[in-house]
Design a protein around this ligand. Structure first.
Ligand code: 4AD
Ligand code: MG
Length: 487
């Protein structure tokens, strides 16, 4: 039995039954006549209280238990007289499975999240990281539920790729650790006769096994979007959900070098459809996680972000705001007027054409709109090559949207995609991209092109938003950031 299954079973099914529950000891309180131990198996925030009578064989085992050791407890489930739990176990038998020595770093006290980052292999045993892991898992499951219910197909986009979707030059290059011996590589080195017959198979002559992806440059993907567009151009609505990588040397509480992205891509869809889908998605997963992880979110509301539950209720019940980039700049300029002391509000000035800094994004979501807000129709100059040019303003703006949320800033980036071959080719030229390298992407505009749109949602930023955890390094099991790839 798991602790959570015991706690959630109806009283009449569970009270009076003798069960075995296995887990790790959080605390032991020995009062001689009785001892109480808190057993946690990670299935819920509160562990199971196990009561042991003095003088019994189980009580002798109690003497050997320390925080962190693993045990199997057998006993009857009874109603608890103490407060804090409805049920507890009256132990008949305790088995010590693994001892935990006194150097165990997670003794009973509150540790800082920063301290816990240094012991990433043990931190899932704490309340906050345990709760985060449960919320993360619930959000992932809810993501698949949402898109499946909406008729989307789940697509696995490649991790190793040659294309730089965002064109920002932030890709990690893939190379072999040890220069490869072609004979040991497992790739058949073809004889001349075979080569002639083989067409595009690997030819011994042109492969430099000493570097990159068997002689060709290759990188870790920054986004699955371009592959998603190819499948959306055949299967209509698809989504990816996988790891993505950015080689930006940023040490902020919002950036990781390896993060997970959810990327829906919809055929026959407009920018308005894109925003509606994003809003429905956020509302759906928030509702799900509130029902499934109620106790964990109450914990975060109490200890991490006061007002969290109220914030999530607003997300579920109120429509998100929508403003154009131009309107947003006007709001920011107004807020940035010098005050009486001659001081401006923002560290970075803002004017039409510049990209928002995090302080601008947060002002809009937290102070002006006080709820999630879509900003759309951005200047072309600050957005990626694939975004669709707006009709009627001479190419000044593109059909892009970002969703900004309180406490985080940018949670989603998306757009309608440029579906006109000639416009796309022009935009690629302007961005210095080679047509030849993206021939397959251009083909989508040659054969049955359709208006289509999609977005990318940073999964860790979503978990930050839902839990209130301030640092992105605390919402992924093993965070990757400059200097950190140890665990
Ligand atoms: O805005 P971005 O760069 O958009 C894209 O990659 C598009 N190709 C997505 C698409 O349209 N399919 O990234 C999307 C989101 C951001 O809004 C942010 O939430 C997250 O990914 N993100 C990061 N999260 C953590 N660490 C980083 N270094 C991130 N960079 C982006
Ligand atoms: Mg973005």
């Amino acid at each position: 039995w798991r602790v959570r299954t015991v706690q959630e079973a109806p009283d009449e099914d569970i009270v009076g039954r003798t069960l075995v529950v296995k887990g790790w000891v959080r605390t032991v309180r020995d009062q001689k006549k009785f001892a109480f131990l808190n057993l946690n198996d990670g299935s819920s925030l509160a562990g199971l209280q196990v009561v042991v009578d003095g003088g019994t064989p189980a009580y002798e085992v109690i003497q050997k238990l320390t925080t962190g050791c693993s045990i199997a407890a057998t006993g009857e489930i009874v109603r608890s007289l103490g407060k804090g739990q409805a049920l507890e176990m009256k132990a008949q038998h305790l088995e010590l499975i693994g001892t935990s020595d006194s150097a165990y770093p997670l003794q009973k006290k509150r540790h800082t999240l920063e301290f816990l980052r240094g012991i990433a292999h043990l931190r899932p045993r704490t309340n906050s990281i345990g709760a985060m892991a449960r919320v993360r898992s619930a959000l992932a499951f809810a993501t698949h539920q949402f898109f499946t219910e909406q008729g989307f197909l789940y697509l696995n986009s490649p991790i190793i790729t040659a294309s730089d979707c965002e064109g920002a030059g932030e890709m990690f290059r893939v190379t072999t650790a040890i220069p490869m011996d072609p004979k040991a590589s497992g790739i058949p080195v073809l004889s001349q006769a075979d080569e002639q017959a083989s067409g595009d198979a690997v030819k011994s002559g042109d492969v430099d096994f000493s570097k990159d992806f068997f002689g060709k440059p290759a990188f870790l993907t920054v986004s699955g979007q371009l592959s998603a567009e190819t499948y959306a151009s055949a299967l209509s609505d698809v989504y990816t959900f996988g790891p993505t990588f950015r080689a930006e040397n940023s040490n902020t509480s919002r950036h990781l070098a390896e993060f997970w992205m959810i990327e829906p891509e919809m055929a026959f869809a407009s920018l308005a459809d894109d925003m509606s889908n994003a809003e429905a998605y956020i509302k759906y997963v928030t509702t799900r996680v509130l029902t499934q992880c109620t106790k964990d979110l109450e914990f975060f509301d109490k200890y991490v972000e006061p007002g969290l539950l109220e914030k999530l209720r607003v997300v579920m019940n109120e429509s998100f705001a929508r403003v154009t980039y131009t309107e947003a700049v006007e709001l920011l300029e107004k807020a940035n007027k010098r005050n009486k002391k001659g001081k401006r509000r923002f560290e970075f000035d803002i004017s039409w054409g510049c990209d928002f800094q995090s302080e601008h994004e947060r002002y809009l979501a937290e102070e002006h709109f006080k709820r999630p807000v879509f900003v759309y129709n951005y200047p072309s100059g600050i957005k990626a090559f694939y975004m669709r040019e707006n009709d009627g303003d001479g190419g000044q703006t593109v059909e892009a949207m970002d969703l900004l949320v309180p406490g985080i800033g940018e949670l989603i980036g998306g757009s309608a995609r440029e579906d006109r071959l000639n416009v796309l080719e022009r935009k690629m030229r302007a961005s210095g991209l080679e047509k030849e390298a993206y021939w397959w992407y251009l083909d989508l505009r040659r054969y049955g092109s359709v208006p289509h749109a999609g977005y990318g949602l940073g999964f860790e930023r979503l978990i930050q938003f839902v839990t209130g955890l301030d640092n992105i390094r605390d919402v992924i099991p093993f965070p990757r950031y400059p200097g950190s790839a140890e665990f």
